[in-house]
Structure formats: structure tokens, C-alpha cells
Write a protein that binds this ligand. Structure first.
Ligand code: HAM
Length: 427
């Protein structure tokens, strides 16, 4: 019997792994220039660590964690069960380690970085895996806005080092314990007035987590919160000054950004600066890296009142973008049409002609070759995509379109193939 990998979990094979190694090496170089040290934390932690830090009412804790019960490890005879969770992110574990090893006693200001797998039971799709990898950094012990800017500059330098055409940066401030409660009340009053238009999920958590409604992708919620009060109008003087300094530092160092007062992020530990680097090339999973400030987290996890700020980057998303970029620069055909069977060939030939007439660079074979050898040739020519059509597909009225950079495949109705290829080339 053939056993396959679990859905959403994938192998990184030779041929692909070299890019991962290059990214990791560049990240280490940039981290060293910014004086960050590596920390390696366990993949498994007590569930409580994540529910307390990320927040009980977040999607991650409510429905995405891989949690199981283990016999209490303190005593082999004990039958008491402990709940354990595969880490869905790295910040909670790094802060736990910082508190547990009392790093703050010798030197509270620590710059730490990590790389490794994270686990979230989300619905797999392009750019969204159940096991994915993050490269992340946490700067603990500094509350000043210069370190927020430094984290963003580090990322910007890293993107340059791996030659990624820089994604766009959005920033926001979520205020602090002085001004956020007032904003929360204001927003809650607004949301209550529009409660009937909100989705079930937002309505359910309206009292415990009203800010999440601003981030909800449901069309009803987007419409209902269009005129919601902005957090940026509610910041106290200290938060305002902090956020203005972050913006000034970014301007002075030529990092472009836009303000997004609706960005609340999916984890509850944030305060003040939050940010996301996004790209339009990844479909709905647009964030390549994201993070922000979390001044209450060290204390929440049993340490002293020590602030922190950090980010994490999704390595799968980054490799996908770099491969897309490489394909685009290689100047290969936009599409390579692979056919299997004579009917399919005769269907494909006029299609290729029509696409070429519309200015698209398209290639196809004339003589019969196996699917595998056509695929190899498409790869050699660095085709951006491959359209696969066989006599079977023709009978079903569908063809398969494969993006050669992301390796994602989808079925397209034969009638819409031409229009689809033209729109995709334009975007
Ligand atoms: P996050 O926004 O949940 O933040 O994740 C950071 C990045 O990890 C995302 O922008 C994305 O690139 C990647 N990522 C997340 N989920 C998936 C997935 N299912 N598949 C593929 N990639 C994914 C955090 O995790 C925070 N700990 C970041 C942080 C560090 N904040 C402060 N310090």
C-alpha cells in the first residue's frame, strides 16, 4: 500500500531545498548584521502557553491548533493528562524561554531569532499549509520606537538581500492599555448598532473581541464596518508620539509604507505598532511577513513588565515569490500547451494561434511525445505556466492549468481557457 504525506504537509525535495538553504543563509547574515542571536525552542509546548498568549477567541486557538493529551511527564505512574500543542507560531515559545531562563536578569534587552516549522490546521490552499515554516525575530526589553523601525529595516534589507522585489508595507498602531479600552468601547457601541449585518462569527465574539470584526473578510462585515471609528483617532498622546516616530524613522530611511487602521492581526498579544508586508502575487494569502509590538506578553507569561516587538516571515510564500520572479525574468513562454492524443492536439493548435495573435508567447509540440517529456521541455524553456489537455479532459470539457512557480494546478473549463490565460498574463 502506498502511504502519502498528510494534506497540507509537504516534502522539500532536492532541487528545491537549495533555495531554502540560500534563504536561511541570507537571513542569518542579515540577523548577524543587526546583532540578533539564534534561539531554538521546542516544537511542542503546553496548550495553555498558546491560549494565554495568542488569545482564547482567536481563530488559531479556537480551531486551528494540533492539540492532544499526553500523560503527565512529571511522573511515569501519573495518569493525569496534560494538553500539548504543536506550536502554531514562535513568539509565545521565545517569550516563555526568555522568562524561564531568566535572561532578563543578566541583560533584559535581547534580540533573538528562530527558524523552523509551525503548525496550523487551516484549509490548505496556495500559500497556506498546515505545516509551514517561519523565519522570525523577537526584540525583547526595548519599548522605544527605534527598535520597531529597526525590525522593519531588517526585513527590508533581507528582501533586498534575497532580491525580492519589495512587497508593500502596511502599518497600524493598536494603542496600549491606556487608550485601547476606550477605543474598544467606542467600536463596540458602533458594532452593536450594526450587529444584524455582521457574520455569525463576529457576532459571537463581539463582546470578547470586537476588533476582529475590522479584519473579517465576510462582505457583510466589510460593509458594516466601513464607517467604524478608526483606532488612529483614539490613540493617547504617548502612543501617538511612539507611532509618529516609527513613521518618521521609516521616511528618513526611505522605506515606503501605507497606514491601515483596519489591520488588527489575528493574534491578541499586540499593542502599538503592527505591520504586514503583502504582495498581490499570492492570491488571498497575501502576507509574506507580519508582526508587531507585544508589551504585555512577558508579564502575561509570568515574567516582569518587559516590552517586546518582532516579526515572522512565511518561508513557503517567500520561495514561491522568488520562483515566480525567476520565471518572469527568464523570459520563457507565458504558457506551454501540453497535449495527449490527436483530438487534444487538434483542439490546441487553433487555441495557440489565437493566443499568439493576442500577443501571448505560447509554445506547443507538433509530433507526439509523452506528457512527461513535454513537461520536461516546458520546464527547460522556463514556461510560466503549462496547460494540459488530453482526449479525456476534452471529453469532460476541462483542461488543467499548472503554475510552474507555485506548482499549483487547477481545472479550467475549455470555453474559458483563452480568456483566463489572457487575464492572468495581464495581472
Ligand atoms: P502570523 O501573521 O500569524 O504572525 O504569521 C506570520 C507569517 O507566517 C505570515 O505572514 C505568513 O507569511 C506565514 N504563515 C502564517 N500562516 C501560514 C500558513 N498556514 N501557511 C503558510 N504560511 C503561513 C505570527 O506568527 C507572529 N508570531 C509574528 C510575530 C512575531 N509577531 C511578533 N513577533
Amino acid at each position: 500500500m502506498r502511504i502519502t504525506a498528510i494534506r497540507g504537509f509537504s516534502d522539500i525535495l532536492p532541487g528545491e531545498v537549495e533555495l531554502w538553504q540560500a534563504i536561511e543563509a541570507k537571513a542569518r547574515q542579515v540577523f548577524s548584521v543587526y546583532n540578533f542571536s539564534e534561539i531554538r525552542i521546542p516544537i511542542l509546548e503546553k496548550t495553555e502557553l498558546f491560549s494565554r498568549s495568542i488569545g482564547e477567541t482567536t481563530d488559531i486557538v479556537e480551531k486551528e491548533m494540533y492539540t492532544f493529551e499526553d500523560r503527565d511527564s512529571r511522573s511515569s505512574e501519573s495518569t493525569e493528562a496534560t494538553k500539548l500543542t504543536l506550536r502554531p507560531e514562535g513568539t509565545a515559545g521565545v517569550v516563555r524561554a526568555y522568562v524561564e531562563s531568566e535572561m532578563y536578569k543578566t541583560e533584559p534587552a535581547r534580540k533573538l531569532y528562530y527558524m523552523g516549522p509551525m503548525f496550523r490546521r487551516e484549509r490548505p490552499q496556495k500559500g497556506r499549509m498546515r505545516q509551514f515554516h517561519q523565519i522570525g525575530a523577537e526584540a525583547l526589553g526595548r519599548g522605544d520606537p527605534f527598535i520597531d523601525a529597526e525590525i522593519l529595516l531588517l526585513l527590508s534589507d533581507f528582501f533586498t538581500a534575497v532580491r525580492l522585489s519589495e512587497p508593500s508595507l502596511q502599518i497600524n498602531s493598536l494603542g496600549d492599555s491606556e487608550c485601547r479600552p476606550q477605543y474598544r468601547e467606542k467600536l463596540l457601541a458602533f458594532l452593536k448598532q450594526h450587529e444584524e449585518s455582521l457574520c455569525d462569527n463576529c457576532r459571537r465574539r463581539i463582546d470578547r473581541n470586537p476588533l476582529r470584526a475590522l479584519d473579517c473578510k465576510e462582505p457583510g462585515c466589510i460593509r458594516a464596518t466601513k464607517d467604524a471609528p478608526s483606532i488612529l483617532d483614539s490613540l493617547c498622546a504617548n502612543c501617538q508620539e511612539h507611532f509618529q516616530t516609527v513613521q518618521r524613522l521609516l521616511q528618513e530611511t526611505n522605506v515606503n509604507f501605507t497606514l491601515n487602521p483596519r489591520m488588527v492581526r489575528g493574534l491578541d498579544y499586540y499593542c502599538r505598532t503592527t505591520f504586514e508586508w503583502t504582495t498581490t502575487q499570492l492570491g488571498s494569502q497575501s502576507a509574506v511577513a507580519a508582526g508587531g509590538r507585544y508589551d504585555g506578553l512577558v508579564q502575561e507569561l509570568g515574567g516582569p513588565a518587559i516590552p517586546g516587538v518582532g516579526f515572522a516571515m512565511g518561508v513557503e510564500r517567500l520561495t514561491m515569490l522568488l520562483r515566480m520572479q525567476e520565471r518572469a525574468a527568464a523570459n520563457g513562454p507565458s504558457c506551454y500547451v501540453i497535449w495527449v492524443g490527436e483530438k487534444a492536439r487538434d483542439w490546441a493548435f487553433p487555441l495557440v494561434h489565437r493566443l499568439r495573435q493576442k500577443g501571448l508567447s505560447v509554445e506547443m509540440e507538433g509530433g507526439s511525445r509523452s506528457l512527461k517529456s513535454q513537461m520536461r521541455r516546458a520546464d527547460k524553456l522556463k514556461a510560466a505556466s503549462v496547460l494540459i489537455v488530453g482526449d479525456d479532459e476534452l471529453a469532460k470539457g476541462k483542461a488543467v492549468l499548472r503554475n510552474m512557480a507555485s506548482k499549483q494546478q487547477e481545472e479550467i473549463g475549455l470555453d474559458s481557457v483563452e480568456a483566463e490565460l489572457i487575464t492572468r498574463k495581464a495581472s
